[in-house]
Design a protein around this ligand. Structure first.
Ligand SMILES: *[C@@H]1O[C@H](CO)[C@@H](O)[C@H](O)[C@H]1NC(C)=O
Length: 213
């Protein structure tokens, strides 16, 4: 209440001074121009503030886009292509087994590992994303023992390929399509008493790939 009164007083004083100088009309016109200018200026400032805000928004969007590109380049994003193909790495022909306990087969010769989902140190394929995957394996072995392997999803058997003792070398294989959740593992288990051949010619293989996510 007090301030407008003071301002009014000041304004009146100015008007009086201006009138005394005989320039009341000129001064009034100047005042109107100044007030128009003032309103232009405040409009301009508002537009400027809006532009600055928009620029900040765009900078943030650009920053996010750049971060996403970096993430993609670093491969941290779940891969859309997943395929692995493996066998045993050996210098001379041998057999793995027969062993006393069920053992995960370590396919340590990796032909292909797109998406890096197969780990040759533990023999586990870990689904990097939800999807439908296909797995194939082929077992070659001498006929002196039962030969084969079970395919496990996490800890559970899904399928098996097996051949009884035979008077000749054997070949057995299996194939399965599984719907996996990200983090599910798939591996081949050599059952106690069975064996598989690990030959330099890579006759025993384990492979898989993502059919669709
Ligand atoms: C199994 O395949 C291998 C070659 O991959 C072959 O030498 C062997 O004779 C096959 N066994 C039988 C029973 O056909």
């Amino acid at each position: 209440m007090k301030t407008p009164g003071v301002l009014l007083l000041l304004w009146s004083a100015l008007v009086v001074v201006a009138a005394e100088r005989g320039g009341l009309h000129v001064e009034a016109t100047d005042a109107a121009a100044a007030s128009t200018q003032q309103s232009y200026l405040s409009e301009f400032r508002a537009a400027q503030r809006q532009m600055i805000a928009q620029m900040a928004e765009q900078r943030e969007e650009l920053r996010l886009a750049k971060a996403q590109i970096e993430e993609l380049k670093s491969g941290a994003v779940r891969p859309s292509n997943v395929a692995f193909s493996t066998s045993f790495s050996v210098k001379t022909d041998k057999h793995i087994g027969p062993l006393k306990t069920d053992t995960t087969l370590l396919f340590d010769c990796v032909f292909t590992n797109v998406g890096d989902a197969y780990d040759k140190t533990n023999g586990l394929f870990t689904a990097p994303r939800n999807g439908v995957y296909m797995f194939n394996y082929h077992i070659f072995a001498g006929g002196d023992h039962g030969a084969g392997a079970k395919l496990l999803k996490n800890k559970d058997q899904v399928v098996a390929a097996y051949n009884h003792v035979a008077p000749h070398d054997i070949n057995t294989s299996q194939s399965v399509i599984l719907q996996l959740q990200e983090g599910d593992t798939v591996s081949l288990l050599l059952e106690a008493g069975w064996w598989v051949a690990a030959y330099t010619g890579h006759l025993t293989t384990f492979s898989g790939h993502l059919l669709f996510a």
